[in-house]
Design a protein around this ligand. Structure first.
Ligand code: SF4
Length: 403
């Protein structure tokens, strides 16, 4: 596939409306990673900041003639802002959209605070809601505990069940992979909630700080996901998408994937923090304090400036020449041409310049944490499954689940 040259406009705007959380997941890249900036940011996005962000989104949509933009309400836990404040935020963004641009709202939550009042609001603004859950309570409890160390599983499941009573709002479920969990059990448990999309995220790790693996000579994460793949195809009545697997299939066929965590297509999302500052790939926080920050904010800068700035940082640099600082060892995995070593943080090399603006990345690191996910799929998807990929679970549906 030929990658596009030059800046590609942002189409997904991730608003960090809350910068606190009512639970305390140990893998959280917002609060428990190397970058602790979030703890110093405003607890919730002020309406003035939201209006400035909305104006910038409208300006960007008009300049690039975007017929659709996605606005994802994110955190921390976005429901901590309260129903009334969220209504004001939604109204501000919708008001600023230029004529001819449709705003599609999404929200990612831990599900524990969902209520009918929230769902009424989401119906009014057509907000698609994704919930994070790592599987059955035993699996979820490995990482997703409350600040008091108690399970959050029951309250998350209660929220999901409530969400299922408004199926039009249910965007999907997102689980983080833990090799200690049984992949089939996790998949089937999530599938039982009948989400339109089930997504899996790999643990955040870096080239210098890879995730736990019992045997690094074995592609353990790839094997784990291949068992999810088999579980997904095992039942003809499953109608949900599994985004990571569909992305791999798409990339293997020369089609662009839906997120920046696989492949080399330039990301089309940008993050607006609760104080209005702008980040490119926020998962770079797992690398080091300041790694994700662009030095821009929506009060003073346009998203076109962020496009140019982010071209010089990790996310977009990888569409240009790989860093000469990359390790010299070559890949043995046949799938690397497709996955390009998965997400951005693992590409950041150990020898790095001092400012985020000049971070270099590589598509040739030798220690991507994922294992050869694509290479370990046990068989090609059936024609039936491919048809599901293209029609029932199109790109818009896939983009609704963000984390
Ligand atoms: S629910 Fe999300 S924001 Fe809250 S601690 Fe867990 S990962 Fe972080």
């Amino acid at each position: 596939m030929t990658e596009p040259e030059g800046p590609v406009p942002f189409r997904t705007f991730i608003l960090k409306v809350a910068n606190r959380c009512n639970i305390d997941c140990d893998y959280c890249f917002v609060f428990n990673s190397r970058d602790q900036t979030a703890r110093r940011l405003p607890a919730r996005m002020d309406l003035a900041v939201a209006r400035a962000a909305a104006r910038r989104i409208g300006e960007h949509a008009a300049a690039h003639r975007l017929r659709t933009v996605h606005v994802v309400l994110h955190g921390g836990e976005p429901l901590l802002v309260g129903v009334g404040h969220m209504a004001d935020l939604l109204e501000a963004v919708r008001d600023a959209a230029p004529t001819g641009t449709r705003v599609l709202f999404g929200l990612q939550t831990n599900g524990t605070l969902l209520s009918d009042a929230w769902l009424d609001l989401f119906e009014r603004y057509e907000v698609a809601v994704g919930v994070s859950l790592d599987g059955p309570p035993r699996a979820n409890d490995r990482h997703r505990l409350t600040h008091a160390g108690r399970s959050s599983a029951d309250s998350a499941v209660r929220g999901i069940e409530l969400l299922r009573s408004r199926p039009r709002l249910f965007a999907g479920l997102l689980a983080v992979v833990d090799l200690a969990n049984d992949p089939v059990e996790v998949h089937d448990y999530l599938a039982a909630f009948e989400p339109p999309v089930t997504d899996f995220g790999l643990p955040h790790a870096t080239h210098d700080d890879p995730p736990l693996r019992a045997d690094p000579s074995v592609p353990e994460y790839g094997l784990w996901m291949s068992r999810v793949y088999d579980a997904w195809l095992a039942r003809s009545d499953y109608r949900h998408s599994v985004r990571m697997l569909e992305d791999i299939v798409a990339l293997s066929s020369g089609v662009r994937g839906s997120v920046e965590t696989l492949g080399l297509a330039p990301p089309t999302s940008v993050v607006i923090e609760s104080d209005g500052s702008v980040e490119a790939v926020d998962t770079l926080r797992s690398v080091e304090e300041g790694a994700s920050w662009l030095g821009l904010d929506v009060l003073r800068h346009s998203f076109d400036e962020a496009l140019i700035r982010s071209c010089c940082t990790g996310s977009r640099a990888r569409t240009r020449s790989p860093s000469s600082a990359a390790p010299a060892r070559s890949w043995t995995c046949a799938a690397v041409a497709t996955c390009r070593t998965a997400s951005v943080p693992p590409r950041v090399t150990g020898t790095r310049p001092s400012t985020a603006r000049t971070w270099s990345t590589s598509s040739d690191t030798s220690r991507a944490p994922c294992g050869d996910t694509a290479g370990t799929l046990t068989r090609r998807p059936s024609r039936r499954r491919r048809r599901v990929c293209r029609t029932a679970m199109g790109h818009d549906a896939l983009e609704r689940v963000q984390q």
